[in-house]
Design a binder for this molecule. Structure first.
Ligand code: SAM
Length: 278
């Protein structure tokens, strides 16, 4: 059987009795036109291996294979999904490896060859944690070229947010410091089965080979965490204890001690990280 001959996803769900479990964040995409569109947001897959988290019954997995991914490595926690995924594997011999378990605990590196793209309709309960891990590896550039990920709309907005907005914070800075980040698609709740309460969006992040502005990752991350933990306070209060000469350091990089975290752009946060370090 080829990929095109696989049964409709609704039949797959019935056959394998894949009733969605809320605890696993299971909101499935059953429309293969839609999964195709999401897979295409990841760019040209033909020369890439793809890491997918949470393939479920395999709608996005099929699309990634149809779009020509060299190989897909998919990590799925729910063992009930394995027989459905085995059917896809049989229809695309040698191109799909399924690893069963928790994506937060499995290191798929040995199964993947660069260049690697990550594409996923993420389980919402672990999505942000995975994103933060992918954005904060020990060394940059990371093992992946791009991330194409489904999030709740509010989380997607936090990733691409600019200074001065409510959504702007640690996630925006982590993402935009070393990636180009944009919202690629919006999806209404009805796109999923069952429909979640919230709207969703696909975010596409492409890694930069070098950070946008120089800074030490650990120092930048510490400053940003402190600044946004008390985002309504002035920086002279929220960053108290960061460095003994705080007000002078802030002023030296063009930040007023009375400004608040959400007014400070990425470039200034990086300048502050360099100044604190020196
Ligand atoms: N990709 C499928 C789709 O688009 O229809 C399913 C997406 S559903 C939102 C999330 C999937 O992630 C489910 O199949 C769920 O079982 C799986 N999952 C939940 N937690 C996981 C974890 N910690 N590690 C790996 N997979 C997980």
């Amino acid at each position: 059987m080829s990929l095109a001959d696989l049964p409709p996803l609704r039949d797959v769900i019935d056959t394998h009795e894949l009733r969605a479990k809320k605890a696993l964040g299971q909101n499935f995409l059953l429309d293969l036109n839609l999964t195709g569109k999401i897979a295409r947001q990841a760019g040209d897959l033909t020369q890439c291996d793809v890491l997918e988290i949470g393939p479920g019954p395999g709608g996005l997995t099929r699309a990634l294979l149809v779009e020509g991914a060299r190989k897909v490595v998919a990590i799925e926690r729910d063992p009930r999904c394995l027989p459905a995924l085995a059917e896809i594997s049989a229809a695309a011999p040698g191109r799909l490896t399924v690893l069963q378990g928790d994506a937060l605990a499995i290191n798929p590196a040995q199964h993947l060859t660069a260049p690697i793209r990550i594409v996923a309709n993420l389980p919402y309960n672990v999505g942000t944690e995975l994103l933060v891990r992918w954005l904060t590896p020990q060394e940059w550039p990371p093992f992946w070229q791009s991330l194409t990920l489904m999030f709740q709309k509010e989380v997607a907005e936090r990733i691409v947010a600019k200074p001065g907005s409510k959504a702007y914070g640690r996630l925006a800075i982590l993402a935009q410091w070393r990636c180009d980040a944009r919202i690629a698609m919006h999806l209404p709740p009805q796109a999923f089965t069952p429909a979640p309460k919230v709207s969703s969006a696909v975010v596409h992040l492409t890694r930069l080979e070098q950070p946008r502005y120089p800074a030490e990752a650990r120092v930048l991350s510490d400053i940003v965490a402190r600044a946004f933990n008390q985002r309504r306070k002035m920086l002279r209060a929220s960053l108290r204890g960061l460095t003994p000469d705080l007000e002078d350091v802030l002023t030296s990089v063009g930040i007023s001690p009375t400004q608040r975290a959400e007014e400070i752009g990425l470039e200034q946060f990086c300048a502050l990280a360099r100044a604190v370090r020196g």
